[in-house]
Design a binder for this molecule. Structure first.
Ligand code: ADP
Ligand code: MG
Length: 259
C-alpha cells in the first residue's frame, strides 16, 4: 500500500531518486460522441525529481494538453496523476491553486507580461498570492531578475525590451515563487533561433545549478538532441522515451561514501 509522501519528510534526505510524477492511464478527452478526441490517450509516465525532460512531437499530438495536466491547470478525463505521492484528483481547488502558485512554475510561448507594469512589477505581482512582506517580494524579484541577467532592466516596460528579454522576465517571474518544477510550453516559439538558443541555455543552466525539475516542450531539434531525456508524442500517446546520460547534472565530485 502506497503511503502518501510529502516534502520535508525523512525520505527527502535519502540520496536515491524520487518519483515526482506518476501517471497511470491518464487521458484527456475533448468533445463527445463521434467528434470526441483523446488529446492525451491512456498515458503511463514517471518523472523523477530533478529530471530535465523534453517533450517533442508534431502539432496537435497532445503535448500542451499533457503539460496542462502536469501543471494541474486541467483535470484528466481518466486515469490517475500522482504528484509527490499525492493523487491530484483528491485535492480540492484550493490545494491545487496552492500547488500551482508555490510548487510549479510556468513559462509559455506568449510571455504574458502586463504591458503597463515594469519587469520588476510584473514579477512582484505574480507573488501576490503568497502574501509576502513587500521587502521580501522586492528582494525575490530582484534576485530572480539577476538570475536571468536582467537586473539592469528592472524598471523597463515590456515594450522597452526585446522578445528574448521579455521571456527572461517571464522566467524570472516563474522563479520568484521558488518552484520545484518548471513547466515550459514552447518558450522559444516566438523567438528567432539565436535568441531561442540563449533561452534554452538559460533554462539548462538553471536546471544544472539547482534541484529544479524541468519539463520542456520544444520544436527545437538541437535541444532535443542534447536533452537528458526526450519523450516523443504522437496522437496523444508516448511513442518514444529516451534517456541519455551524457549531459546530466551529475556533479564531478559527489560526496564521499555516496556510492
Ligand atoms: P500540441 O500541443 O501537441 O500541439 P494539443 O495538446 O494542443 O497538442 O492538442 C491535442 C489535440 O487536442 C489537438 O487535436 C487539439 O485540436 C485538441 N484540443 C486541444 N485543446 C482543445 C480544447 N480546449 N478543446 C477541444 N480540442 C482541443
Ligand atoms: Mg502545444
Amino acid at each position: 500500500m502506497d503511503k502518501p509522501q510529502f516534502k520535508g519528510q525523512k525520505y527527502m534526505k535519502e540520496k536515491e531518486t524520487r518519483t515526482l510524477y506518476r501517471l497511470t492511464g491518464v487521458s484527456k478527452r475533448y468533445g463527445s460522441g463521434e467528434i470526441a478526441i483523446n488529446a492525451v490517450d491512456a498515458i503511463d509516465l514517471e518523472i523523477e525529481d530533478g529530471e530535465f525532460v523534453v517533450i517533442v512531437g508534431p502539432s496537435g499530438s497532445g503535448k500542451s494538453t499533457m503539460l496542462q495536466l502536469l501543471g494541474a491547470l486541467d483535470r484528466p478525463s481518466g486515469g490517475r496523476i500522482e504528484f509527490e505521492g499525492r493523487d491530484l484528483q483528491a485535492l480540492g481547488d484550493r490545494d491545487l491553486a496552492g500547488l500551482r502558485s508555490k510548487t510549479l512554475g510556468f513559462i509559455f510561448q506568449q510571455f504574458n507580461l502586463i504591458p503597463t507594469l515594469t519587469a520588476q512589477e510584473n514579477i512582484e505581482i505574480a507573488m501576490a498570492p503568497r502574501k509576502l512582506a513587500s521587502a521580501e517580494r522586492v528582494d525575490r524579484a530582484l534576485k530572480a531578475l539577476e538570475r536571468v541577467g536582467l537586473l539592469d532592466r528592472a524598471g523597463h516596460l515590456p515594450s522597452q525590451m526585446s522578445g528574448g528579454e521579455q521571456q527572461r522576465v517571464a522566467i524570472a517571474r516563474a522563479l520568484s515563487n521558488q518552484p520545484d518544477v518548471l513547466l515550459a510550453d514552447e518558450p522559444t516559439g516566438n523567438l528567432d533561433s539565436k535568441t531561442g538558443e540563449t533561452i534554452l541555455t538559460l533554462l539548462h543552466d538553471l536546471w544544472a545549478d539547482t534541484g529544479l525539475t524541468i519539463v520542456l516542450i520544444t520544436h527545437d531539434q538541437s535541444i532535443a538532441a542534447k536533452a537528458p531525456r526526450v519523450i516523443r508524442f504522437a496522437d496523444g500517446r508516448i511513442v518514444g522515451d529516451d534517456r541519455t546520460f551524457t549531459s546530466g547534472r551529475e556533479p564531478e565530485t559527489v560526496g564521499a561514501g555516496n556510492e
